[in-house]
Design a protein around this ligand. Structure first.
Ligand SMILES: Cc1ncc(COP(=O)(O)O)c(C=O)c1O
Length: 451
């Protein structure tokens, strides 16, 4: 509309623009307002609209910040590539969040509308969270707890704005900068990043099969004096491996003997496909397990709600950290989350979603088995959202990830998931995000890189 007009020129009247472009007066006025907002046109009341004089683009110089900020801290440049937002036509297997057809979309929208009309849109909630939501988190674990006496109650729960914030709070609250935290390797990149941001030294322990070897874990505790062990006992992200009940008991014994905490990230509680999730915290009597259960992947990435269960002074410290970090979690989101998980449709939704996840997982594994070199698929996970692939000798993950991205397929490079050096070339494929109709195309793109 302003192309061809010199700075200072008056824009034609709304009437003549309407006639010239065949648009309605409302559309023309909206377009003019957009130009005013963008600073291209100036509106002078009573005189009309004028093309603004071109301003030389400000040339900011941020060089001073280089000297002022100095060396990059231990938490510099840690954001995993799973966080990149893809273009619409890309096959996005890099990210961790399920697509709309796996979410309770209508229930979420109605719950948010109801919450907006309720007192929760105006009230300041309790700093530890809504009592009913805390009860719901406690009850879920209590149902799996063998001895009723040690079942958690609402008083043991702190509501958090998502699992990532919860990890930061737990690490900050239970360890001091410079101390060690033990993690299975590979592990969730966001946990590695949160630990480093809290100033902790991340000490990797390898898995022997599906879980860490208790003897190796003991040695690491003794060598590092770490008090925290972060792990995902069920469907670990990224490998998909799950501890057996015996392995879980053995790990818990080692944690107890070393006066340490197991930070149990039950991130895929709702994504069990061929297994039943029995959280390790259900066997904890003395506050050795700090349990984290996020709802963001199950309800909606926009409803960022998680619950943490802890006991004793550890609970007090985590609660205090939460308050200092963000005072309290939005009551609207808590109310909506509670509404969704207590609605009669929640359990049927979970059953449907698990069936869909099974179909997605099986479709992708079948295509991989048929189309990629033998041995690439490390395991078929009993739950979770990901497949973990080991690349054939001589092929680098960085090269494959870049080549696939150029062909419109985003996948996650293995090295982002290792607390120390990667012990091989791996990539992670998420089967919950992209349209399964494009799985075959995705495997075709990968196959072209691997053969
Ligand atoms: C293992 C694990 N833990 C925690 C989180 C954080 O989840 P959120 O902050 O979305 O609740 C994620 C997200 O991808 C995850 O994969």
């Amino acid at each position: 509309m302003v192309a061809g007009l010199r700075a200072g020129a008056r824009l034609p009247s709304t009437r003549s623009l309407t006639a010239r472009f065949g648009a309605s007066p409302v559309t023309v006025q909206q377009a003019v307002r957009a130009l005013v907002r963008e600073g291209l046109v100036e509106s002078r009341p009573g005189a009309g609209n004028f093309v603004r004089h071109a301003q030389p683009a400000p040339r900011a110089d941020y060089g001073w910040q280089t000297a002022a900020l100095g060396a990059v801290g231990p938490h510099g440049a840690l954001v995993g590539s799973t966080m990149q937002t893809p273009a619409d036509d890309v096959i996005a297997m890099h990210s961790g969040y399920p697509s709309d057809d796996l979410l309770p979309v209508r229930a979420v929208q109605s719950a948010l509308a109801r919450a907006a009309r309720s007192r929760s849109a105006l009230d300041r909630p309790h700093a530890s969270g809504l009592p009913e939501l805390r009860s719901w988190f406690a009850q879920e674990v209590a149902e799996a707890t063998a001895s009723r006496g040690s079942a958690p109650t609402a008083a043991d729960v702190v509501v958090m704005p998502g699992g990532q914030s919860a990890l930061s709070s737990i690490f900050r609250a239970l360890a001091r900068p410079g101390e060690s935290i033990v993690m299975e390797s590979p592990s969730y990149w966001g946990a590695i990043a949160a630990a480093r941001q809290a100033g902790l030294v991340v000490v990797p322990v390898p898995r022997a099969g599906d879980a860490v070897d208790p003897i190796v874990l003991t040695e690491v505790f003794e060598r590092t004096r770490a008090r925290l062990f972060y792990a995902m006992p069920h469907f670990a992200n990224p490998t998909g491996s799950t501890w057996s009940p015996e392995q879980a008991a053995a790990v818990l014994d080692v944690v107890r003997e070393n006066s340490a905490f197991l930070v149990e990230d039950d991130w895929a509680h709702d994504f069990a496909i061929d297994a039943v999730v029995r959280p390790v915290v259900a066997n904890d009597t003395d506050g050795h397990v700090v349990y984290l259960r996020s709802l963001t992947k199950s309800i909606s990435p926009a409803v960022r709600i998680a619950g943490v269960i802890a006991r004793g002074p550890a609970l007090s410290r985590i609660r205090a950290d939460r308050v200092v970090d963000g005072l309290y979690v939005s009551g609207v989101l808590q109310t909506a989350a509670l509404d969704v998980v207590t609605a009669p449709g929640w359990q049927p939704h979970l059953r449907r979603m698990r069936d869909q996840l099974r179909q997605r997982r099986d479709a992708l594994t079948a295509l991989i088995s048929a189309g990629l070199p033998a041995g690439v698929l490390t395991a078929v996970p009993a739950g979770g959202l990901n497949l973990w692939l080991r690349l054939p000798p001589g092929i680098t993950a960085a090269g494959v990830v870049a080549a696939c991205a150029a062909e419109g397929l985003l996948i996650s490079p293995g090295e982002e998931w290792f607390p120390a050096e990667a012990v091989g070339e791996f990539v992670r494929l998420n089967y919950s995000g992209p349209n399964p109709g494009r799985f075959s195309e995705a495997v075709g793109i990968l196959a072209a890189q691997l053969h």
